[in-house]
Ligand binder design. Structure first.
Ligand SMILES: NC(=O)c1ccc[n+]([C@@H]2O[C@H](COP(=O)([O-])OP(=O)(O)OC[C@H]3O[C@@H](n4cnc5c(N)ncnc54)[C@H](OP(=O)(O)O)[C@@H]3O)[C@@H](O)[C@H]2O)c1
Length: 257
């Protein structure tokens, strides 16, 4: 059973996952980070030793959790020189487990957005996608993951990459759309909180059923006259006009208009 862990990275995900695992009774032996400020602070918070040197990461940990940027994860996975019988885990949606050359490689991808300064009240609701190089490692990583959340999913690398893309559409693009809407309102002296009831109702509808049947607006009605007039009005902002056009065309196609 995984009891001792070392953490690599001290960013958003490392901050929350390390603290949660510590709160669940795991022992964090070491926090490795190139960033002395966030690294030392995270190490202090989980009662671990801090280092910025790879060779100082202790070999006594049962598992090493790589929670750096994707590029750093891949690069440092190739440099770390640790025993083969340990478990090597990363938390990325876009990297294969094969970044680790050791025999016990795994992925524990939390499908949630993490920011260091935003508290997570509901770890229990975070889906965690797991993949491992062998059955024993899978079992170990599943037990570790269940300390964070009971919602574990076994997903292949292909499925995980698709899930990542789905997350970009569902969360990142949606957030960006609201960001563009707020900017448009601000530039025209309309208070942005006028959007709040619309956002709440739209979200409630999505959560109550399929987004497909919740679609409203000019494009789903096939109202090309309105669409063209909106694009004309946005002509001074080429980016905004293009985004409006691309999304409208996607809706027109989806509903055969
Ligand atoms: N944030 C999310 O919502 C989320 C959700 C699920 C999965 N993930 C995955 O979790 C992993 C970490 O994401 P994050 O959001 O926590 O990233 P982050 O906040 O940007 O933190 C990245 C960490 O990696 C370090 N780092 C960056 N480049 C490095 C390098 N060349 N050498 C050594 N260390 C380096 C950073 O150090 P500095 O502070 O010095 O830059 C920082 O400690 C990624 O694989 C990401 O795909 C993120």
């Amino acid at each position: 059973m995984i009891k001792h862990i070392s953490i690599l990275g001290s960013g958003n995900v490392a901050y929350h996952i390390a603290r949660k695992l510590r709160a669940e009774g795991l022992i964090v032996d070491c926090v490795f980070s190139r960033n002395h400020i966030t690294g030392q602070s995270l190490a202090d918070g989980v009662n671990a030793v801090f280092t910025d040197e790879l060779f100082q990461i202790p070999s006594k940990s049962d598992a090493y959790l790589f929670m750096m940027s994707d590029e750093a994860n891949a690069s440092i996975a190739g440099q770390i020189n640790m025993p083969d019988d340990k478990i090597y885990i990363h938390t990325s949606g876009s990297l294969p487990k094969e970044i680790f050359k050791q025999k016990n490689a795994a992925v524990m991808y939390p499908f949630q957005t993490f920011s260091r300064d935003v508290k997570i009240d509901n770890f229990n609701e975070i889906p965690i996608c797991i993949e491992a190089s062998n059955a024993d490692t899978f079992h170990e990583v599943r037990c570790l993951s269940e300390k964070i959340s009971p919602l574990t999913y076994e997903l292949s690398f292909e499925q995980r990459k698709i899930l990542h893309i789905a997350g970009v559409f569902a969360a990142n693009f949606m957030n960006h759309s609201v960001c563009l809407a707020q900017k448009l309102l601000q530039e025209n002296n309309v208070p942005i909180n006028i959007l709040t009831p619309l956002l709440k109702q739209s979200f409630a509808k999505i959560l109550a059923g399929a987004a497909y049947s919740s679609q409203t607006g000019p494009a789903v009605r096939g109202d090309r006259k309105i669409i063209d007039s909106h694009i004309d009005m946005l002509a001074s902002d080429e980016n905004l006009a293009n985004v409006y056009k691309v999304l409208s065309e996607s809706i027109l196609k989806t509903y055969n208009k």
